[in-house]
Design a protein around this ligand. Structure first.
Ligand code: SF4
Length: 446
């Protein structure tokens, strides 16, 4: 049973927020289409190639992870294996505690893996001063909010709301001009970069062949987070591997076109290890390989969701996501991706599989061709089999429709059925019966 009733999708979303999400999603979706056409001779061929590379990774995940670990160690990088969120938090906390006293500043780049393990809360509870440095994540942190999109964390906010937030926190916000707001955030974040001893990031791709960590971004905050402090900690889902650097150009192009409609992001970082002879760069690099349910998904019917490269294209095109916005899903991963990944990793979120019209648009845009609608149907039938979807009207209907006697009795109750299923009709219209019943018609047919 999910913690989230599906009815949450029909309420609690202010219209301004819906408008903001809808228009931003529509813009990103359009930009994606243009970029895919401009980047690839055959966009669908590129998606097929990427899907088969990721399938190869998933089929050989154990050996590739070992190769990646060996290469990282050879590069001077410390590697840790985290079976679950608690283990990952413990590893990061231990590294941070060994690097300095509580109270020291940690700068963070945008990372869904760290959102998944609720790392900020754990670090703050131990007295560390964690500063999100991605502009969207920075606003999320200021507002004590959560990201509502895996690529655009404040897609649900208007610039006026951002300005108001900056004013509340004494950062500026006298104007809602986006450039001014960005410069104000930049000035505040520079100070954090200067005093930070530790930087934490996610990883877009880990290269098994060379042990390199690849991070893409547009703001430059990841560059500063991973190079200015003495210690860099990267948290990486175990499925983020690519076999070799030859595979990288295809994935970089697919990710950026699908996520932001760009040909390439402003920055692409290839991190090989700590500084050697150089003046700059971290003295220590640590990689935490996060499982947290992925191994189980790998060996089950939803394996192909692990192909996901977190581009957000399926969110942008999904009519349910556009209307409900990310917070309605009640999970770090929202949209069609979240509707599969969240229940695949934890059955308590099975009801999320119903948050879809099954229109198929998500599969059409997915750069790694994940068959999301098929998996949603499978998850739904799993929920029905386990009686996890508590919908009394359909149980009653199934009982009545398979017994002529009950059906006849039920027809007599039809006029008051709407009152009998109040929880169901709270968000839906119960249609009035029209004309004669089928039985009456059948009896009097010529
Ligand atoms: S499921 Fe596909 S479209 Fe959705 S975020 Fe992942 S890679 Fe992108």
């Amino acid at each position: 049973m999910s913690e989230l009733p599906v009815e949450a999708f029909a309420r609690e979303v202010p219209q301004g927020r819906v408008d903001s999400v809808r228009s931003a999603c529509a813009m990103r979706h359009e930009a994606r289409g243009i970029a895919m056409e401009a980047t690839f001779d055959t966009p669908d061929g590129a998606r097929t190639s990427a899907a088969s590379i990721k399938d190869f990774v998933l089929a050989n995940l154990g050996p590739l992870l070992q190769q990646f670990e060996q290469q990282c160690i050879a590069n001077g990088v410390h590697v840790y294996w985290a079976a679950d969120a608690e283990a990952a938090r413990r590893i990061v906390l231990d590294i941070c505690s060994a690097s300095g006293e509580p109270g020291l500043t940690i700068v963070k780049g945008k990372s869904m893996a760290t959102e998944e393990i609720h790392l900020n809360e754990a670090l703050s509870a131990q007295g560390f001063d964690v500063v999100e440095t991605d502009l969207g994540e920075y606003v999320v942190q200021l507002d004590d909010d959560t990201p509502s999109h895996i690529v655009a964390p404040i897609i649900h906010k208007t610039r006026t709301e951002v300005a108001a937030s900056f004013q509340r926190h004494g950062i500026g916000g006298e104007t809602d001009d986006p450039t001014e707001l960005t410069m104000e955030a930049r000035a505040a974040l520079r100070a954090a970069f200067r005093r930070a001893k530790i930087g934490i990031s996610g990883v877009n791709f880990g290269i098994a062949e060379t042990g390199r960590l690849v991070i893409v971004e547009n703001e430059g905050n990841n560059r500063l987070s991973t190079t200015a402090p003495d210690v860099h900690i990267a948290v990486m889902g175990i499925e983020k591997l690519l076999p070799s650097e030859r595979d990288l150009p295809l994935f970089l192009k697919l990710l950026t076109a699908s996520a932001t409609g760009q040909k390439l992001t402003t920055y692409v970082h290839l991190i090989s290890g700590p500084r050697a002879e150089e003046m700059d760069g971290p003295k220590e690099v640590h990689v935490v390989l996060l499982d947290n349910g992925r191994s189980e998904v790998l060996h089950g019917p939803y394996r192909s969701i692990l192909r996901c490269i977190r581009c957000g294209a399926c969110l942008n095109v999904c009519p349910v996501y556009r209307q409900a916005t990310g917070h309605a899903y009640g999970h770090v991963y929202s949209g069609p991706l979240g509707a599969v990944l969240a229940p695949a990793m934890d059955e308590r979120h099975l009801a999320l599989a119903k948050a879809s019209t099954l229109c198929g648009a998500c599969e059409e845009v997915c750069p790694v061709r994940i068959p999301i609608p098929d998996m949603l149907l499978r998850l739904r039938s799993q929920g029905v089999r386990k009686r996890l979807f508590d919908e009394p009207p359909w149980h009653l209907y199934a009982g009545g429709a398979t017994s002529p006697k009950k059906w006849r009795a039920g027809l007599k109750l039809l006029p008051i059925a709407g009152q009998m299923v109040q929880s169901w009709t709270e968000y839906r219209e119960f249609p009035d019966a029209q004309g004669r019943s089928f039985r009456e018609w059948w009896r009097t047919r010529p």
